[in-house]
Write a protein that binds this ligand. Structure first.
Ligand SMILES: Nc1ncnc2c1ncn2[C@@H]1O[C@H](COP(=O)(O)OP(=O)(O)OP(=O)(O)O)[C@@H](O)[C@H]1O
Ligand SMILES: [Mg+2]
Length: 344
């Protein structure tokens, strides 16, 4: 049988985000772009639903059904569940992933032990090689930046469970810091605010919808408006309320205030030689929260350096994992090339 070259092997890109998991299989395209949730039967342990189908059960659980979140606040919350989640999706593509090479995006917070455990679990599905890369580095690659050059770039990924700031140069993460201040904490603050200020109890999904429809960092002439549905705390009856961007302005200011501290922290830790690069190249912003109007001007105003908000910001990490194929192969060849014997 003819030997299969690394390039001929199918490339699989995986990004398990706190809110969304994205999986791309070469020649098939994006096979999964859904919520990182799994619903199992409490008694039989069987998987009942996965992804968006499982998200539909949030707040509506009955019987033996239970929901599990493999990722929480930017870290792996349950390794066994994460493995079950990935295996359940990937098993559907058993034939395609057999002998494949995988580029797996991982938050910078994931330990070596956890990374190895994930690699082992994915390999057990018949995959040939799994290369783990920092998600923030892949996000910059997905933004179209040549990360292999000795040119420093400051990336800021604003996700659901965490925000990460990092300086990337010469194909690696030079310094990085992450914070829980991100999409989910903003949603939770909206829940708290409506409870305290308007005596309305809303769920996390409603809070996320409010955030995604009326968030802005720009002063609006015509306010952005939305209607929120919840339960009146005093009467216990369902109630609706009209909200404008002003209602969540303070919450957003607090989230973005934390993000400026995150960037400052990374800049303080970065080698002085890279300061010039960062001033020239500016900040590259990715992740779902980068969709908030005014993100560019907010950071430009604060740091007085150019800021680029990437198109399709929420997909930057998976786009980078897809684009990493050649680098994954190169890395494999370097680490697996036979050591030449030297005779003296
Ligand atoms: N238009 C929008 N305005 C505000 N927030 C948004 C918008 N669109 C998406 N988001 C938020 O972006 C977050 C999802 O971003 P992303 O898909 O980058 O996260 P993730 O990769 O799943 O999470 P993480 O990288 O933190 O593990 C969610 O909190 C979502 O509500
Ligand atoms: Mg992410």
């Amino acid at each position: 049988m003819a030997k299969v070259t690394l390039n001929q092997r199918t490339h699989v890109a995986i990004d398990v985000g706190t809110s969304k998991t994205r999986i791309h299989i070469e020649r098939l395209g994006m096979v999964f772009n859904e919520s990182t949730i799994i619903a199992t039967d409490f008694k039989t342990k069987k998987v009942i639903a996965i992804g968006d189908a499982a998200k539909n059960f949030v707040g509506k659980l009955s019987g033996n059904l239970q929901l599990k979140y493999p990722m929480k606040r930017g870290v792996i919350s349950d390794m066994a569940i994460l493995k079950l989640f990935l295996a359940t999706i990937l098993k559907k593509y058993e034939n395609e992933i057999k002998g494949a090479i995988v580029t797996l995006a991982c938050p910078t917070s994931v330990t070596h032990l956890e990374r190895n455990s994930l690699v082992k679990a994915i390999k057990e599905l018949g995959v040939f090689h799994v290369q783990v890369e920092d998600d923030i580095k892949l996000a910059l690659l997905g933004a179209g930046i040549d990360i292999t050059k000795p040119n420093g770039y400051l990336g800021l990924d604003l996700g659901a469970g965490k925000s990460t700031a990092a300086i990337i140069a010469t194909g690696g993460t030079v310094t990085s810091k992450w914070s829980k201040s991100a999409g989910n904490t903003t949603d939770q603050e909206i829940v708290k605010h409506l409870k305290a200020k308007h005596q309305i109890l809303i769920g996390d999904i409603t809070a996320e919808k409010i955030k995604n429809s009326i968030s802005t960092l720009i002063k609006t002439k015509t306010p952005l408006k939305t209607i929120a549905y919840g339960y009146d705390l005093t009467s216990g009856m369902p109630k609706d309320i009209e909200l404008t961007d002003k209602d969540i302005a303070k919450i957003l200011q607090s989230t973005f205030g934390n993000l400026t501290n995150l960037i400052t922290g990374v800049l303080e830790d970065s080698p002085n030689e890279l300061a010039g690069d960062v001033i020239k190249n500016g900040v590259i912003v990715t992740g779902g929260m980068a969709n908030i109007p005014g993100v560019k001007f907010y950071f430009e105003d604060f740091f007085e350096i150019p800021v680029t908000v990437v198109k399709n910001a929420a997909n930057a990490t998976i786009d980078g994992a897809i684009a990493h194929k050649e680098l994954t192969i190169e890395e494999y060849e370097v680490t697996h090339s036979p050591v030449e014997e030297v005779s003296y």
